[in-house]
Write a protein that binds this ligand. Structure first.
Ligand code: PNS
Length: 162
């Protein structure tokens, strides 16, 4: 049996921490679907289309990584796609409580689906989409923290706003 995993999230924007987890997941599972939640935030920086396009471009070299979107309950989407595993990244102890509750709730909703936690490489443990947006908006450098495509798209957004 081949194992299909779903890595869900907002990915607004995708960071090198996410990329690291997806690359690890692509080695561990036969296939991994990066599932972007529709309408996670009321005012996302990147539209859904932009996030999908960026994800597809970044993971073009990976034949077993798919970028998709989902609505509604995550476990329903995972079941619909015939996947067995939900992947979530754990960066620090501070992530644990939220992730633990979410994994247990998902287990309660669909006991046949397992959550697998993966750690990114140490250099990515402090990166989050929220911090990237804040630092970039205030003129800080995010080089090496996000894919180059994200960096250029962030720059284009700032230019547009000026
Ligand atoms: O990138 P994020 O914001 O940490 O991702 C959170 C996400 C999308 C994984 C979570 O909000 C989610 O699964 N939402 C879908 C709705 C759902 O199933 N909620 C119950 C989860 S216990």
């Amino acid at each position: 049996m081949s194992t299909l995993a779903v890595y869900p999230g907002s990915f607004d924007p995708i960071t090198n921490g996410h990329v690291d987890i997806i690359a690890r997941g692509a080695r561990l599972f036969d296939r991994i679907i990066v599932a972007i939640l529709v309408n996670a935030e009321k005012a996302p920086l990147f539209t859904m289309d932009e996030r999908v396009e960026i994800g597809r471009e970044v993971f073009k070299p990976y034949k077993n990584v798919e970028i998709d979107t989902f609505n509604g309950l995550l476990v329903d989407y995972v079941e619909r796609r015939g996947a067995q595993v939900i992947v979530r990244g754990l960066r620090a102890v501070s992530d644990f409580e939220f992730e633990f509750n979410m994994a247990l709730m998902n287990q309660k909703l669909k006991p046949s689906i397992d959550t697998v936690f993966m750690m990114p490489a140490e250099q990515y443990t402090y990166i989050s989409s929220r911090l990237i947006k804040e630092v970039f908006a205030l003129g800080g450098r995010v080089e090496g923290l996000v894919p180059e495509l994200v960096e250029s798209r962030l720059r284009a957004k700032v230019v547009k706003q000026v």
